[in-house]
Design a protein around this ligand. Sequence first.
Ligand SMILES: Nc1ncnc2c1ncn2[C@@H]1O[C@H](COP(=O)(O)OP(=O)(O)O)[C@@H](O)[C@H]1O
Ligand SMILES: [Mg+2]
Length: 353
Amino acid sequence: MSAVSRVSPAQAEEIARRHYGVDGSAERLSAEFDDAFRLVAGDSSWFVKVGLADGAACAASTAVSFQTAVLLHLAEAAPGLPVQRVVPALDGRPEVSVAGNGHHRLVRMTSWLDGELLSRADNSPELRRDLGATLAKLSVALRRFSHPGALRTHRWDLQHLDRLRGPLADLPGDGVLPEVAAALGTAVPSGVRAGLEDYLDRFESVLRPRLAAVPVQVIHTDFHGENLLCDGARITGILDFGDALTGPVAMDVAVAACYQLGRGPDVLGSALDVVAGYHGVDPLAEADLELIAGFLVGRVAARIILSQWHAMREPSNQGYLLRRTPQAIELFAALRLLTPEDIVGRLRAVLSA
Ligand SMILES: Nc1ncnc2c1ncn2[C@@H]1O[C@H](COP(=O)(O)OP(=O)(O)O)[C@@H](O)[C@H]1O
Ligand SMILES: [Mg+2]
């Protein structure tokens, strides 16, 4: 965190009492930037997110932040989708602005969704297909949604993968931190940096020019196992629209598929279950395939580069930031054994199955 101090559970309880009329006890949830809490009162639970509000959002008290607007839209447009419902404050507003510790913070309370984090659950082909189908329903529901806040970008925006060149150049040696190399043991692949540079070159020459012609809409961009809840057989919760932005649907499919790579004998097979599930609900076109293939490898590259780059800047949080980096390096090495055409061919076979 920067100079902004954290909101304590006691402060979150006070906010809930004062602005929502809920007298409960707050338990901190792990969150990357914002403060997030589970608030429990009797048999009921809520989710409380306390984010940083920029000056403009505070000044325009009627402006609803992008994330909240997404949730409000989905409640109307796709009531069957398992997303958190916004709980209005006592004054009827979907967000409240609070001043504390010298900063303005934007607070949103939502329903608590039941389920187990997908990252902790047993994974199966059926569950992966349901994950893809759930993402497809979300894409369809967001297709006609617009909001001024949706025109944003951030570090994980794969449409601007060329921006990873700077962070890659900052990494030492072959692009693998000593801690990550130690976790990989004797299995450290060679030529990691060269492979990543190769990928970024290909992105700029082949994929980037295609992006200009592709339709875009609001996409989630962070469909991984720590942002999804499940009951073992089905996805029961879609969490965390904090990284949503405007981009091609292919990027969302690729991110979701990326986190399911390597769960079977061949590196791609389990990720293709996600694509099959998606295609069954919102049919993909031939033109999407090259982008999905490119973004799939691109997200793995981004995971390798950004997790290590952040870990260099925040050594106290290295364990958390690097928890999946060794696996990403192994996946990247396995994907490099395939040509882009191989990957597109496997995707095409899913579409025609
Ligand atoms: N409605 C909810 N039901 C259950 N767990 C939730 C809910 N909302 C958030 N969580 C838990 O809180 C964590 C952090 O919330 P999230 O919105 O993903 O914030 P971050 O941007 O920090 O990842 C999630 O990974 C999940 O474990
Ligand atoms: Mg999250």
